[in-house]
Write a protein that binds this ligand. Structure first.
Ligand SMILES: Nc1ncnc2c1ncn2[C@@H]1O[C@H](COP(=O)(O)OP(=O)(O)OP(=O)(O)O)[C@@H](O)[C@H]1O
Ligand SMILES: [Mg+2]
Length: 431
């Protein structure tokens, strides 16, 4: 297979051509990263006897996203691997390229499978989801000798904060030098001229940190993040109990804006976001049908619903779903969520989010306070990137209640640092 037979964007070509031992393709939504990952793995795996990995943090997310780009047509575009050029051994999680090598599919959620691998190279989609330890483990797996092919670990992702280990490793934080043999290629949404105009126009409506990261493709932080204690390494895990003390579902209504349901369960006073349903332009009936499916699977105490969604609540009750209105005190609710972004006295997180809850995870990283003309932060968040977070807030307030805020303050860097004193452990010892 050669890349001449298909269209390739300039940044994708740079990524395909890179021979650095570690290479990162980082950038905006829809910039063509997943396609580039698939093109590169297909190209490298076309070498006889090669053994290339293709992974994501979880094998489920790999199958739902990247594997589709590899094996299925996308609109008018053919799949990256044309049908008939490979054999897919589903049970072994392997794709054998006719006349070439093998692509091994896996998630980092199966460490035993990863630990037994000896690879010529490895592709990682959405590598921002990995821990530094996951990446280090993969670095140790790419050691299979092949004539004329360099061992390479190559990843793609949307940018996160400059404190993220990837930003430091690849010199994208504005301070660090890239580590030895590490190369980053960055790309903006406008670099992909194949994107439909209405998608690009929608992206252009983004503002603040979301615009910088998801449109411009930059690794920026924000001194105005609402959940500045959010830390994916601490609060994201698929290590969840199988039985819970209490289970509720929290619901934010939407049609043109996404509607969101989160399954929020409690075990030993810790909360777990087990599952997310997040969709635009879904009919009320579709949401209710999904709610009923969840009700069959879990002993759900009640559905805590957006207080302004009276019609939805009535329709849910009509369908025998116990729907109660949520408390929508925004500022106080944000404090309740923030208080959960901490560990209990045994060092275990008070809130754990399953890695498949992609939209909730994304919103945590970009939800911002409004700023007034002088640039100081208001006590009011920007009403964007808040659909999953609003649902979560309704649910956490349902479990923990609202504490009256000691004072409503202008948020400055100094008093954000003082938050620990105000909302610190002593006030929340019962959690
Ligand atoms: N070289 C190309 N030729 C034609 N279309 C392309 C090319 N690269 C990407 N596209 C199209 O652009 C769209 C976005 O591509 P892709 O899914 O790879 O982006 P992404 O950067 O992974 O997006 P996300 O940030 O959502 O993960 C897809 O519909 C894809 O088919
Ligand atoms: Mg992608």
């Amino acid at each position: 297979m050669t890349t001449n037979e298909i269209s390739v964007l300039p940044q994708q070509m740079q990524f395909l051509a890179s021979e650095s031992r570690e290479c990162l393709y980082s950038g905006a939504f829809g910039a063509g990263k997943s396609r580039a990952i698939c093109l590169k793995v297909a190209m490298r795996a076309s070498v006889p006897n090669s053994r290339e990995g293709l992974c994501r943090k979880t094998v489920v997310s790999l199958k739902r996203s990247t594997l589709k780009t590899l094996l299925e047509p996308d609109g008018g575009l053919p799949p990256v691997l044309p049908e008939g050029t490979y054999e897919w051994k589903k049970q072994d999680g392997e794709i054998r390229i006719k006349g070439g090598g093998t692509i091994m599919l896996f998630g980092l959620d199966n460490p035993e499978r990863v630990a037994s691998m000896n690879l010529s190279g490895c592709a990682v989609d959405e590598c921002v989801e990995l821990t530094n330890d996951d990446w280090t483990m993969l670095r140790g797996r790419i050691r299979m000798n092949l004539p004329n092919t360099r061992n390479q670990l190559y990843g793609a992702c949307n940018p996160s904060s400059p404190q993220h280990w990837l930003a430091k490793r690849f010199g994208l934080d504005g301070e660090s030098k890239p580590a030895a043999n590490c190369e980053a290629i960055t790309t903006a949404a406008t670099d992909n001229w194949f994107l439909p105009a209405d998608y690009v126009a929608d992206l252009q409506t983004m503002t603040g940190v979301a615009r910088k990261r998801f449109v411009e493709g930059l690794w920026v932080g924000s001194d105005g993040l609402v959940y500045d204690r959010w830390n994916a390494a601490q609060f994201v895990s698929d290590d969840m109990p199988t039985e819970f003390d209490r289970v509720i579902v929290c619901v934010d209504e939407g049609y043109n804006n996404p509607a969101c349901m989160l399954l929020l369960a409690e075990k030993d006073k810790r909360l777990f976001v087990v599952r997310e349903w997040y969709h635009r332009q879904q009919l009320e009936a579709d949401m209710i049908a999904e709610a009923k499916r969840w009700q069959e699977e879990y002993p759900i105490e009640c559905f805590v619903v957006d207080p302004s969604a009276a019609k939805l609540r009535a329709a849910m009750r009509h369908a025998n779903i116990d729907a109660v209105p949520a408390d929508n005190s925004v500022f106080a609710g944000i404090q309740a969520v923030s208080a959960r972004l901490a560990n209990d006295s045994a060092g275990r997180p008070l809130l754990t989010v399953h890695p498949d809850c992609n939209n909730l995870l994304r919103e945590f990283g970009v939800y911002e306070w409004k700023k007034n003309a002088s640039g100081t932060l208001k006590d009011e968040p920007v009403k964007m990137h808040d659909h999953a977070l609003d649902s979560l807030r309704y649910g956490i307030v349902h479990y923990d209640g609202i504490r009256t805020t000691p004072q409503v303050r202008e948020m400055t860097v100094d008093n954000v640092a003082n938050d620990d004193a105000i909302w610190g452990d002593e006030m929340w010892t019962e959690l």
